[in-house]
Design a protein around this ligand. Sequence first.
Ligand code: ATP
Ligand code: LTN
Length: 338
Amino acid sequence: MATESKPVVLSGIQPSGRLTLGNYLGALKNWVKLNEQFTCYYMLVDMHAITVRQDPAVLRDRCYEFLALYIACGLDPASNVLFVQSHVPAHARLAWVLNCYTQMGELSRMTQFKDKSQKNTDNINAGLFSYPVLMAADILLYQAGAVPVGEDQKQHLELTRDVAMRFNNLYGSPERPVFTVPEPMIPPVGARIMSLQEPTKKMSKSDAAETNAVYLLDDPDVITRKIKRAVTDMDNSVRYAPTEKPGVSNLMSILAATTGQSFDSIVTQYDGQGYGKFKAACAEAVVECLRPVQARYHEVRDDLDGLRRILRDGAEQASLRADATLKHVHEVLGFIPE
Ligand code: ATP
Ligand code: LTN
């Protein structure tokens, strides 16, 4: 494992729905290259996932599927700590403490809460409301300095920073803050991939409409069909203008993030030729980018004992760091040591 002297990054994905190209370009792809510079903790946030109803058997299966996809995307368990949130009890314990240092008003401003409560009007539960507090606990337990996420998580990171600073002001000292105040690490392109059919809304893994998203395990011909049928406009010009041309701009982001090409070079190469050639290039880039992930996935997924071992080791390593922070928090609060 990487040595503890490196700074720490931590991130997580909810095991809900199916992983999309948005999750890959906004998060997963960027996690892979961090382990030389940082000690990396990557979670499956199953406790966050139950803020929306889940079928137990599907949830269990999906956790293994997502773990196998983490590994197939290039996260080597030998140099990254991969674990499931519910296996490390410190998350729930710190979340309770932080709930007492977070205001209702702060939580009611969170756009993810507003979106999800609109989508689940029959189940606006307290967990959905305090979701960002559990996320703050996830991050602060590990003293993570940076959190690699997509654009949509920026607001949750802001709240995490506010809660950390508030707690430090109350119980820490400049020489010994209780928590490291984390920074979001958001990629310059691919941080907000939009739905293929409704490009003014985010591509999301729990969207019911199949054609809105490219899933990491979609067959190449399905990927090609989805991208060729993506909504564009009648203007026939390839240029980056997210408000005026959301569909084309989204495909440009996808092409840029999957190939490393700049927007300028995409415009030079494809403008003035209709959308056919541009969409075909975009589809090919996505297929090629996902090919190695798909090739690796089944072999990893089939080794259930191996996956279980990885999660056991991961939880053990994660607990070491998380428990140290929780112990300090309990101490500063005045709880009697265990
Ligand atoms: P759900 O639809 O189940 O709420 P989601 O697709 O929004 O899920 P999350 O589990 O909330 O996915 O997010 C996992 C990671 O992927 C986060 O870092 C998030 O910022 C990133 N992410 C999610 N959707 C996109 C997107 N469309 N573009 C870029 N990054 C994204
Ligand atoms: N809230 C995030 C998932 C998440 C997370 C985290 C991300 C839970 N805990 C800690 C980064 C760090 C989401 O909905 N994408």
